[in-house]
Design a protein around this ligand. Structure first.
Ligand SMILES: C[S@@+](CC[C@H](N)C(=O)[O-])C[C@H]1O[C@@H](n2cnc3c(N)ncnc32)[C@H](O)[C@@H]1O
Length: 425
């Protein structure tokens, strides 16, 4: 057995040490800890290891509150206090953005903290015969789970009901449960084989919407969620931010930026069910949203009606193929892409048309850094606000404000910008 001292955490939260001139990643080890390790994989340039015995432990170490933590692949940071997780995430954002995009660390704000448990409004579960749960880390082995501390209590109730149901119905394969923010509406969508009448009877009056192999058994084809004073529908397939506790804080930052920048004509790219565009619409003249998922666009259109909004329109399609709408009239482009970030065509178009402001909402700091690196040819990065949308995991969301260097209204922009930055502190 070998002993190492952990220098820091890598971007996945693992401890980094050096042994025999090779970098080593130690699962669940924290900075400054000394531990006896066992090497589980040895590659040419690095080694993977796990702790066998902890010799000295970090002040950030805590007892995991989850009985499934040693096996489950869902959370990586449950052995770290929440304040330690926030320190790690602030450091991770700063390291990635300064190293890969040369961002001035002064523009990076401290992360907005969440409630670390019971924040998730959606869960996807695997079912094998009479067992339900998550897959073990990096495998397809099922671990039976009867509670998960990340989940809203209503999701856990439905999960436990499903556990009852599958005792006598062994052919279901998967389940997705979603709960509406503030509305408490619940959607259960199961796949596999079962007796649909039994399923219907069992969940009648227990969930709001029931889907079986993507077909409605009862309820509307969506549930609703409330964000500020607006109501949004969420369907089986459409995206909705998963952290009920932080949705408003995330969008509040975007709304404040739009207001302070005095944006008038806004593009909301990767708009999902229209949340950001509809929420900023009272403060601007016009918004156009673009989204690839047909069902999400249909929801966005209904959300517009439901919230009595008239200055927003939606286009169904790929952002990269819809960029003819990015004209000189647009002063603010909001992008909220998936983890893969922006494609090169979209970056190129932004650099050509140079809208005054780009607000980039990112769920992956690495692809964010890649894109900022390119966008900085024409833009200054003036503000980065990380938001902890995913406590207990290594993931972190950020909102970035970019201002065009050569925009006609740059003076106006700079003047507004100071107020904006003040507001977001
Ligand atoms: C991170 S979500 C953001 C959704 C929305 N802004 C929100 O806050 O609810 C990213 C969205 O981009 C959509 N999407 C992914 N690739 C796309 C593309 N190439 N063109 C348009 N939309 C895309 C996804 O369907 C998803 O709804």
């Amino acid at each position: 057995m070998k002993q190492v001292t952990i220098e820091k955490q890598d971007h996945f939260g693992r401890g980094i040490a050096h042994l025999d001139q090779k970098i080593m990643f130690v699962e669940r080890a924290l900075p400054k800890e000394t531990c006896q390790i066992e090497i589980v994989q040895s590659k040419k340039n690095y080694q993977l290891a796990q702790i066998v015995k902890l010799e000295t432990s970090s002040i950030e170490r805590c007892e995991s509150i989850c009985p499934y933590y040693s096996k489950c692949g869902g959370c990586e940071l449950l052995h770290q206090t929440y304040s330690g997780q926030l320190r790690f995430k602030n450091q991770k954002i700063e390291e990635i953005l300064t190293k890969y995009a040369q961002i001035d660390p002064k523009v990076i704000q401290p992360i907005l903290a969440s409630n670390p448990i019971r924040y998730r409004n959606k869960v996807t579960l695997h079912i094998e015969k009479d067992k339900i749960g998550y897959y073990e880390a990096k495998s397809h082995r099922l671990i039976e789970v009867s509670d998960c501390l990340l989940l809203d209590a209503q999701l856990v109730e439905v999960m436990q009901l499903l556990q009852e149901f599958i005792k006598d119905h062994h052919e279901l394969k998967s389940a997705m449960i979603k709960v509406g923010r503030k509305t408490k509406e619940v959607m259960l969508a199961v796949t596999g084989k079962t007796n649909r009448d039994h399923l219907k009877q069992f969940f009648q009056n227990k969930v709001t919407t029931l889907l079986y192999n993507h077909k409605i058994l009862f309820g509307r084809p969506y549930i609703t969620s409330q964000v500020f004073n607006q109501t949004f529908e969420i369907t089986e397939e459409s995206f909705f931010q998963v952290n009920n506790d932080m949705i408003e804080r995330l969008y509040q930052v975007v709304i404040e930026l739009v207001q302070s920048l005095r944006s008038q004509e806004v593009l909301d790219l990767y708009c999902g069910t229209g949340t950001i565009g509809l929420l900023v619409s009272p403060f601007v003249q016009k918004v156009i949203g673009v989204e690839i998922v047909q069902e999400a666009v249909a929801s966005a259109k209904r959300n517009k009606k439901r919230n009595h909004i008239s200055n927003v329109s939606f286009i169904e399609g790929q952002v990269e193929k819809s960029l003819s709408i990015l004209t000189k009239q647009i002063d603010t482009v909001i992008v909220d892409p998936p983890r893969s970030g922006l494609d090169s065509f979209t970056v190129q178009k932004l650099l050509e048309v140079r809208p005054q402001n780009v607000i980039y909402v990112s769920c992956d700091p690495m692809t964010l850094a890649r894109d900022l690196n390119k966008l900085q040819k024409e833009y200054d990065v003036n503000l980065v606000r990380p938001v902890d949308m995913f406590p207990n995991t290594h993931h972190v969301e950020s909102i970035v404000l970019l201002s065009c260097k050569s925009s006609d209204s740059v003076i106006n922009g700079k003047w507004n910008l100071e107020k904006t930055i003040e507001k977001c502190r």
